[in-house]
Design a protein around this ligand. Sequence first.
Ligand code: HSE
Length: 400
Amino acid sequence: MKKIAIIGFGVVGSGVYEIIRRNKDILTKKAGEEIDVKKILDIRDFSAHEEAHLFTKDFNDLVNDGEIDIVVETMGGIKFAYDYTKALLEKGKSVVTSNKELVAAHGDEFFRIAKENNVRYLYEASVGGGIPIIRPLACDASANDIVEVSGILNGTTNYILTKMFKENDSFESALKTAQELGYAEKDPTADVDGIDASRKIAILMSLVTGKKFDCSLMHTEGIRNITAEDVTYAAAIGCTIKLIGCGYTKDGKVNASVEPMLIPENCPLAGVWDVFNGVMVTGNMVDSLMFYGRGAGKLPTASAVVGDVIDIVRNSSYNPYYSWGECDESAVIPYDEVTARFFVRIKEEQKEKVKEIFGDTEIIKGISDYGFVTAKMSVKELNCGIEKIGGAVSRMRLYR
Ligand code: HSE
């Protein structure tokens, strides 16, 4: 019997407990031995829980328990989660997490400690909730040079954009509904300003390149400024708007960014609605792969956590393919050098200068102000053009 502990009995932690109880026989069969929860650490009162005896408020009860080999960290945040994870790995226990903030910020350090102690630090649930994406990148697609990873990595913002598109809702009203439905994180800033998505694309690109992609080096833009007019323009050019985490590699260098993008209706990502996530991976041999599913929620996310627990029960030794090393800032392609086509909205009176500054563009007519789509250019060239034309009402990158 393999005994595990859970730190944080919130949405995901309680989902892990539920899966271990409900799918007990399935888990035993797949792991090769029974998996049981021995302790749950949470500072809240669970004295009315049917297994109240499992709960403790004292971390020492877990870290000093020689019977516990695997600990699930679903508490989130950095402060305590960092100290607990470090202490557990140093004590020779494997850790499974859904905590993207912690993995993005300290994954490199934890992989090193895991290696020193020949245990594992797994994080499948930290990106895309229930969608398998870490393991496919680490294992199944490892015959490839992964040249691009891009996708919808935040369910809350995708839900908000869906409401704006399908129900003509405003950003504020859609955010309120998302909060009422419990989709948004405690503080919606991390979702709506793209911070949550930046952590997720940072994790994916760190895994792809083997070097930490520090979130502070990333262009990160959320969806607060998307208006009903932007939605109308997008529809006029056969596109939808999605918050995209996008990473690519080129000549040994890497870029990652998060920003709202215009997605052509025929792109598979355009069909990802509501709280669902979708990730596209391009490998130089396999071509394009698409991963789709529930990017958040109790049981989908817990399903990914328990999958990692089973993996560790089968093989508890450190595995280098899931890890990365320290950040190499010199290998980061500056956002200014990213090239794409861009949609630009300007005022009617600026339109005379468009041809002279941007050359031939695709003009979008029939809406209050004036919109056009540029030819492919770098962000730097775009910004120069916008400055010359006297500013823009809004601009947005086109996906591919
Ligand atoms: N707040 C996140 C989201 C939860 O909306 O996608 C899952 O990471």
